[in-house]
Design a protein around this ligand. Sequence first.
Ligand SMILES: Cc1ncc(COP(=O)(O)O)c(C=O)c1O
Length: 337
Amino acid sequence: MKIESLPRIHLATLPTPLDELPRLSEALGARVWMKRDDLTGFALGGNKARKLEFLLADAIQQGADVVVTGGGPQSNHARMTAAAARKVGMGATLVFFGNPPREVNGNLLLDELLGAEILYTRTDDKRETDRVIERVCGELQARGRKPYVIPRGGSTVLGCCAYILAVGELLEQLRAQAVTPDWIFITTGSCGTHAGILAGLKYFGARIPVYGITVSRPIAEGKPRINLLVQETAEFLQTALSLEPDDVILDDAYLGAGYGIITPEARTAIQLVARSEGIFLDPVYTGKTMAGLMDLVRRGVVVRGATILFWHTGGAPGIFGHPDDFKVASHHPLREA
Ligand SMILES: Cc1ncc(COP(=O)(O)O)c(C=O)c1O
């Protein structure tokens, strides 16, 4: 199977820019380039737009009329999936773990704007999300609907294929700018983006180490998941993409108290990137990854002056789900004349 011949709809504005960030580089002590997948455009952007181009095309081929997926109430994946479903004339059902939050803001507000059907599992056990998704699909089918399930995070073989192409896009841009990164830094959640990037580097025969900062899964769960996704993608494409054990680098040191709970270091990283480059990272994913990069350079694990490709995967709407974390005492009283 050739990726280029897979069914695909158009969602993302591609190629996304590759930007050098001189002010951030100076502050960090490393030369930072950023792949701007926060600017994929559609429905406020993010990495999921690339995956959804293939997933929604598959849903159409299978004759679906409603897309069902899940995650946390501030899931970027859920927001973009709902928007993509709407764009192709389908319904969207979103299953969120936990209870309805007191405030409807950020991604959740956008989900409501998109008219998604929203359900809560009423437990923090994330695995329950998958069980509820299955039950909801049964109920939809009983009502004559044709649901198409997208697993949490859209991390499937098709999602990986999207990131193989993204690597091709990146490699072309790096060549044009004569940039050779020492590292790619990526945020690892449901693992599809990380797996797709590793698969893409193998696919195009490029050797750049990929440093994944995990923001939800423990390393013991993430590594086998990435290996499995790459292996399944290789089988699907009938091509060799075999990973060496050392290829999968995952670091959970920046997770803090857990998924979706911001750390003081992520908050500082988000402020630094906003104030040095005018770019918004997010509190759940990319902020923690930047906090990790900053710490690793500070400790010399990433050598000072190294060239870093930071893959910005989006998520800025999540900032509005954390208003108290970003308020500063900026309302100074008027000076007396
Ligand atoms: C902004 C953002 N960055 C990174 C990720 C992680 O991508 P993946 O789930 O493919 O590991 C997500 C997943 O939802 C995301 O929303």
